[in-house]
Ligand binder design. Structure first.
Ligand code: NAD
Length: 447
């Protein structure tokens, strides 16, 4: 379907650079999420499975009026990279290739893994930037050495430049372990302060920030799938805008938080009160082991806690939400592996204050939920880089849909409601393609 047939204006859409050639994806962390995504992309390319959970691959977008009956696939509407043009590489603190790492993660069944083994074996991680101070439970051996953090950033830049020679465009995504909780400090306030911090090994600069700095310095988009402080501070926003390198974060919104940001907006829309929300999880993968460390857990907890406050707006609805007690627990329980179990007990109240309870028991597969999110973020970040209206704005808030603690422009509160996020994402796609936004007003049908 041509842009005109879809009701679009050629001028807006034609300004987006085409997705020509190879898209190189550099994944930081070749663990459960990364290998599940990479193996999955290869399985889809070979027709072995379907990309379920991926909006870019399976989603449609309505254009025009409901009576127009125009709902193309998103990937036919906007110029996204084709999965056949995606090339992966990674960094990790262990030398295992993607097949060995996937086998270790035990997410995918052996039968599927064997079918994509020859491809996965070709993906061998580059040595990582790693300092145990930021992830206490890991001890890596496959790491870079340098006197200063600046040296390490330069080495990452060399890796990126070498990869850039083999592909047409590059996107970097953080799917590595959750680092300890870091509060932004003076070193994070400007590019100059951050660069001085790189030179004098400032403790506020974590490994993830070194990768992000390297990518953004080269104009390469960077998405953060974990809750650590990585691109969400002034120095990175400045660098992102300066070099037209889109950023987004934090933390893939997969299981429990996804459910939370679906249920909470429903209670609020119906003016039902909530007095308590207790969320607990058991999981036994490496992520669970890392989160067993109180400092990494704190980072995750902060990321998970925010959503309810923003959705409920207790300052606007004190009678309904001011006394909400919200508690989150993550328990490392090895027998469960990647197959996390989450329980939510929600104490709500209705008409005249009468109490009720809701129990949600989600038996999910963490990496099965995260893999399509990582893929979509990669493809959309590449689109953002090719789109004049998006490439130099810094934070890609329209990708909040995928994130637990969405980054926004300074001074804005984040939108957590999944359906507002979905509308925002689709309207952004309509906007950059020059077609009418959909407001759901619908009065035109009754003229
Ligand atoms: N699976 C989910 O549903 C989900 C949801 C939201 C966020 N996340 C986050 O995504 C990240 C990845 O999750 P996972 O389940 O794949 O974890 P994982 O432990 O299986 O994989 C993480 C990988 O990162 C590597 N690593 C650690 N520090 C590194 C560094 N500095 N450089 C390069 N590699 C490094 C580890 O060696 C490991 O292989 C975690 O931070 C997790 O909290 C996962």
């Amino acid at each position: 379907m041509s842009i005109e047939e879809q009701g679009g204006q050629k001028t807006a859409a034609s300004k987006i650079a085409p997705a020509k050639g190879k898209l190189g994806v550099m994944v930081v962390g070749l663990g459960a999420v990364a290998t599940t995504m990479i193996a999955g992309v290869e399985a889809v390319r070979r027709g072995l499975a379907k990309p379920i959970g991926s909006l870019t691959q399976m989603g449609t977008i309505r254009l025009g009026k409901r009576t127009d009956n125009k709902s193309p696939l998103i990937k036919d509407f906007i110029p996204l990279a084709d999965l056949n043009d995606v090339v992966f590489t990674a960094w990790d603190i262990f030398e295992d290739n993607a097949y060995e790492a996937a086998a270790h993660a035990k997410v995918l069944e052996e039968k599927l893994l064997e079918q994509v083994k020859p491809y996965l074996e070709t993906i061998k991680p580059l040595p990582a930037v790693f300092d145990q101070y930021y992830v206490k439970r890991l001890n890596g051996t496959h790491i870079k050495h340098g006197k200063t953090k600046r040296d390490l950033a330069n080495q990452v830049m060399e890796d990126i430049k070498a990869f850039q020679k083999t592909v047409d465009r590059v996107v970097v995504i953080w799917a590595a372990s959750t680092e300890i909780f870091i509060k932004p400090s003076a070193v994070h306030q400007s590019i100059e302060a951050f660069e001085a911090g790189l030179d004098n090994n400032d403790i506020g600069i974590s490994s993830s920030q070194i990768y992000a700095y390297a990518a953004l310095s080269l104009g390469v988009p960077f998405a953060n799938g974990a809750p650590n402080l990585t691109v969400d501070f002034p120095a990175m926003v400045e660098l992102s805008k300066k070099n037209s390198a889109p950023i987004c974060g934090r933390d893939f919104k997969t299981g429990q938080t996804m459910m939370k940001t679906v249920l909470a907006p429903a209670f609020k829309a119906r003016m039902l009160g909530v007095s308590g929300w207790f969320s607990t999880n058991i999981l036994g993968n490496r992520d669970g082991e890392v989160l067993d460390d109180p400092e990494s857990f704190k980072t995750k907890e902060e990321s998970k806690l925010g959503s309810l406050d923003y959705i409920f707006q207790p300052e606007l609805y004190p009678d309904l939400y001011k006394d909400l007690y919200h508690k989150i627990r993550i328990n490392y329980y090895p027998p469960r592996g990647d197959q996390k179990e989450a329980w939510d007990n929600i104490d709500i109240f209705g008409w005249l204050g009468y109490p009720m309870q809701i129990k949600v028991n989600f038996l999910c597969r963490d990496s099965i939920l995260a893999a399509p999110i990582a893929l979509d973020l990669i493809l959309f970040m590449d689109l953002a880089k090719r789109t004049p209206a998006l490439r130099s704005i810094g934070v890609q808030e329209w990708l909040s849909f995928y994130l637990k603690a969405p980054q926004t422009a300074e001074g804005l509160y984040p939108e957590h409601d999944l359906f507002i996020q979905s509308m925002k994402l689709k309207n952004t796609l309509r906007h950059i393609m020059g077609v009418d936004l959909i407001t759901h007003l619908g009065l035109e049908y009754y003229d």
